[in-house]
Design a protein around this ligand. Sequence first.
Ligand SMILES: [Mg+2]
Length: 204
Amino acid sequence: MKTAKTIVFDLGKVLVDFDYAIAGRKLAARAKMPALELGQFLIHVPLIIRYETGLLTSEEFYQEVRAASGYLGDMAEFASLFADIFSPIEPMIQLHSELRRRGFPTYIFSNTNELAIRFIRNRFPFFQEFDGYILSYEHRSMKPEPRLYEVVEAQSGARGAEILYLDDRPENIAAGADRGWQVILQESSEKTRAAIQKLGLLNP
Ligand SMILES: [Mg+2]
């Protein structure tokens, strides 16, 4: 197997954990809809898919949530409550730093939305330390659609087995493997570290 030159990280459940139930509880305190229902509404398909493929602006997304839930807060309050659901996965952030120190270019490759990214960028310094960011809502395409994987290849200038890709979702990993990328399904930080060690990409 060729040695990977570029490392591509999924964001959610790889570098940061998240829980939309937290946003559901906070928003419901100022809405008619109960917390559990509101938490589920935020990730309701097709609403969240439309938002994360850039078909809805953040303002339009807010208006839809407001109309459905009776939420009383303004856009600024909504933005701060909706996105304050993330916590860093420290062993993975540490692993990313080690790979950077060894000289590997790294990329974020995520199905996500503008409010989440704004929050993560402001809150977590590690997020600045990548060579590039391939974010679904900026390209009107979501993983596992091939088109978004093509953007990764175009931005990084790497392809096939030159790319090592980490993601917690089997369907996303499968789409990477179909392109000849090396892939690791994130199950735990420990297993991912061991797999990368085995590929010889970390200091012994
Ligand atoms: Mg994920």
